[in-house]
Design a protein around this ligand. Sequence first.
Ligand code: GDP
Ligand code: MG
Length: 439
Amino acid sequence: NLSGKLDQAFKTLKGQGTITEINVAATVKEIRRALISADVNFKVAKDVTDRIKEQALGRDVLISVKPGQLLVKIVNEELTKMMGGEKADFNTKGDPAVILISGLQGSGKTTFSGKLANMLKKQGRQVLLTACDIYRPAAIDQLKVLGEQVGVEVYAEPENKNALEIANNAIKHAKATGKKIVIVDTAGRLAVDEQMMNEIEELKRALNPTETLFVVDSMTGQDAVNTAKTFNERLDFDGVVLTKLDGDTRGGAALSIRTVVEKPIKFMSTGEKMDAIDLFYPDRMASRILGMGDVVSLVEKAQENFDEEETRKLNKKIRQNKFDFEDFLSQLEQIKKMGNIKDLLGMIPGMGKAMKGLDIDDDSFKPIEAIIKSMTKAERANPDLIDGSRKKRIASGSGRTIQEVNNLMKQFGDMRKMMKTMNKMGGGKRALANLGGMR
Ligand code: GDP
Ligand code: MG
């Protein structure tokens, strides 16, 4: 995977005192290879690595910063820029605002429509979902089920075979019932198809939507970029929704789409549940791709689901490099409550790497929990206490092997190291600043 390969690339620089033309060239070449094998468009990969090289050679190496760290920072910055830099705006002004959802069949349009409705409803907006996928009766039912789940009305006319008529009637209905946002879910085909394109083009022209979003499955790699290009030529859409960023998705699509179609990625979707939707933050995506985890998102998710006091404590501990086994355990418990475990774990710095290749579900935590629970309070608070004989005791107390205890200790150590690095780079501060801004 990409973060593993980039890791390898950064190792080339580890232990080197200075950045020189030679070691940067070797590292940059590896970064480029890693990007291309993660489905990043060749030209995009070349452009970004050229910029990384320029940046790396142009900068003075601060005494306190190791070249490897500096390069991680530079790569992070360049990847962020490549994905658009800033978070893009999403416009919902209008009476009503019309959000047109386009994309191939199976890309996740209907699921995303439900999620977007859910998100806007939670913000106190009056939303109407509209079923304009008239070719499959099941598609209407699917949207109805989702609408019911999130408590948003779904407008449908099962007998009507004209998508534009349905959409226009939905807008009338929205006006009559005080709905301020109309989300129009449309039909897609398995591949780009003239009839589908004509239909969505007509919808766009006639409805003049506030936002036209193009939904694309990030697992389709290079194809995602090509499809985006085709849709953009016909629709001139306003933004991209990247779906299925959970699981083993390679980050390549996110990295290339912005550059190739010159349209911002506005949302990302990370699971089948109705709350698995996020605004797209290029800097967070870059950190995630780099395997540093996404502390900011984690803190925000925590904010939503944990009580505030816990969150404040956790944040402070991460900042002071005092994250301990007690925190680890309570994180695991919270995460289990929040669902979508693999995804959430990936947000903890260093965790993405630690669980590479693991098949994670609730049961996967049991050995870890057993081991931590066999530690004394003092050991949990101060993992450095845990020497050989304590490990033996913990292993037999938890019914696990010493090897498993060692593995956990190592993973935990890696996590702490990663958090430390993030703090040095200002990640912790940013997380806090962000948290402050949300209140
Ligand atoms: P549509 O044909 O474009 O409307 O696609 P759907 O919304 O029906 O989604 C197709 C399939 O992908 C369904 O099984 C969804 O549950 C699934 N899906 C959609 N978004 C995501 C996502 O972010 N992650 C995962 N894992 N599955 C998703
Ligand atoms: Mg659909």
